[in-house]
Design a protein around this ligand. Structure first.
Ligand SMILES: Cc1cc2nc3c(=O)[nH]c(=O)nc-3n(C[C@H](O)[C@H](O)[C@H](O)COP(=O)(O)OP(=O)(O)OC[C@H]3O[C@@H](n4cnc5c(N)ncnc54)[C@H](O)[C@@H]3O)c2cc1C
Length: 363
C-alpha cells in the first residue's frame, strides 16, 4: 500500500494486507487481454513456369481483398530463389505493404515442411489479425498444418470474406453446397483458405511501393530463418579470385539463376554490367566498370557482355578473360583470352551438366 492506494490496483481501496481484486478483475481493469494482433498476412503463391516468377491470379485476388478490409497492413509471404523478389513488386501493385521473401534456390518447388516453418515464423514475428491462403492443392495442405502448429482454428474453402471491426466473417458452402455458412473465429490470427476465383482482380496500381524483407532459410536446418537486410551486398568483388559476370545478353532471370547456381558451386563471385543493373536484375554493388567496381581476378567469365569501354575500365586487368557472346564482332572478344561465339543459355546448361557429372576441379 502507498498512502491510501493499493500498489497493485492503484486505486484507493480497502486492500489492506494485499490487493483484494481477482486476477480477472485486474485483467479487465488494465485491458490485459486486449487483442494486439494487427495486419493481414497472405501466403503469396508464385508461378515459376514463365522465365520470370509471376504472382498467381489467386494471390492477386487475396492481396487486393485484404487491402479492401480496412487500413491495416497487408503483409505477403512468398517463397523462392533470389529472382522471386521481382514478384514482390507485383504484390505491391495489388495492395501489399510488406513482403517477407523467404529465400532458398529450391523454393521454386512446394516444400510443405519448410513453407510451414517459414510461414509460422513470419506469423509469430508479425502477429497478424488474419492469415489467408488460397485453397489451392498446396494451400489446402499448408493452411491447416500452419494452423495446427500455431494452435488456432482455420475455415477451409471459403468463397466470401468480410471484415467487421477486426472480426473476419468467413463464408463457405456447407451441407453439400445447399447452405452458405458464415463463420467467425475466436482465435488469432483468424485463418482461412479461399477458393481461387472468389474475388475480382482489380487494376494494377503501378505506383504502389513497399518493403521487402529478405529471410534466407536453410530447408535442412528447418525452423529458424536468419534475417538479412540486403544479401545482395555480400562479399567484396575487388578481392575475388573467380568472377562470373553477366551482361544483358544473359537474356532472362532463369539464365541469371543458372549463372548464380554455377557461381555458388564454383565458389565464384557474381558481377554484372551496367545494363543488368539498369534492368533491376542485380544490385549496383555488383557492377563492374568505370562507374562500378574495378576487379583483377584470376578468371573473369563474361556472359553476354558486349565489352564496352566503360565496362573494360573495370575488368581489363583480369589475368584471364573468358567471353561467351553470340556476336563474333563484339568488343569483348578482342580482349578475351578464350572466346566462345555462342549462346549463353546453352553454355550455362552444358556447364551445369558438366558440374553434375563431376565435382569441379580447382580453377
Ligand atoms: C558515363 C558512362 C559510364 C558507364 N559505366 C559503366 C560501367 O561502370 N559498367 C558497365 O558495364 N557499363 C557502363 N556504362 C555502359 C556501357 O557503355 C554499356 O552500355 C554497357 O556496359 C553494356 O552492357 P552489356 O554489355 O551488358 O549490354 P549490351 O551492350 O546490350 O550487350 C549485350 C551483349 O550480349 C550479347 N548477347 C545477346 N544475346 C546473347 C546470347 N543469347 N548469348 C550470348 N551473347 C548474347 C550481344 O551480342 C551483346 O554484345 C557506362 C556508360 C556511360 C555513358
Amino acid at each position: 500500500m502507498k498512502g491510501d492506494s493499493c500498489s497493485t490496483c492503484s486505486t484507493k481501496s480497502s486492500c489492506a494486507g494485499g490487493c483484494e481484486r481477482s486476477e480477472a478483475e485486474l485483467a479487465e481493469m488494465y485491458d490485459l487481454y486486449a487483442d494486439t494482433s494487427e495486419g493481414h498476412l497472405i501466403w503469396v503463391e508464385l508461378d515459376y513456369s514463365q522465365s520470370n516468377p509471376m504472382l498467381k491470379d489467386v494471390s492477386k485476388e487475396l492481396i487486393a481483398k485484404a487491402r479492401s478490409f480496412d487500413d491495416q497492413r497487408v503483409i505477403g509471404v512468398l517463397f523462392g530463389p533470389e529472382s522471386a523478389r521481382y514478384a514482390a513488386r507485383e504484390a505491391f501493385n495489388y495492395g501489399a505493404d510488406t513482403i517477407y521473401h523467404v529465400r532458398h534456390p529450391t523454393f521454386t518447388d512446394f516444400d510443405l515442411e519448410s513453407f510451414t516453418a517459414g510461414l509460422t515464423t513470419v506469423a509469430e514475428r508479425v502477429k497478424p489479425n488474419t492469415m489467408i491462403l488460397a485453397a489451392s492443392d498446396e494451400g489446402r495442405e499448408l493452411g491447416p498444418r500452419a494452423a495446427a502448429r500455431m494452435g488456432v482454428g482455420i475455415t477451409a474453402d471459403c468463397t466470401g470474406l468480410e471484415m467487421e471491426k477486426g472480426v473476419l466473417r468467413m463464408t463457405r458452402p456447407t451441407f453439400g453446397g445447399k447452405l452458405m455458412a458464415t463463420i467467425i473465429s475466436n482465435t488469432r490470427p483468424q485463418m482461412a483458405t479461399v477458393r481461387p476465383g472468389s474475388f475480382l482482380i482489380p487494376e494494377k496500381d503501378e505506383g504502389r511501393q513497399g518493403t521487402v524483407i529478405n529471410w534466407p532459410m536453410n530447408p535442412a536446418a528447418g525452423i529458424e530463418p536468419e534475417e538479412s537486410a540486403e544479401s545482395e551486398n555480400e562479399g567484396c568483388l575487388q578481392d575475388a579470385e573467380l568472377i562470373i559476370s553477366v551482361g544483358s545478353g544473359i537474356g532472362n532471370l532463369r539464365n541469371l539463376e543458372l549463372a548464380k547456381e554455377i557461381a555458388e558451386r564454383l565458389g565464384a563471385d557474381m558481377a554484372c554490367s551496367r545494363s543488368v543493373v539498369e534492368k533491376g536484375w542485380m544490385d549496383q554493388s555488383h557492377q563492374v566498370g568505370q562507374t562500378g567496381n574495378v576487379v583483377r581476378p584470376r578468371i573473369y567469365l563474361a556472359l553476354g557482355i558486349s565489352g564496352a569501354l566503360q565496362h573494360q575500365a573495370g575488368m581489363s586487368g583480369s589475368q584471364k578473360i573468358i567471353a561467351i557472346n553470340n556476336d563474333p564482332d563484339a568488343a569483348i572478344h578482342q580482349i578475351a583470352n578464350i572466346s566462345i561465339a555462342g549462346e549463353v543459355g546453352e553454355f550455362l546448361q552444358r556447364l551445369l551438366k558438366k558440374l553434375d557429372e563431376e565435382e569441379p576441379a580447382e580453377v
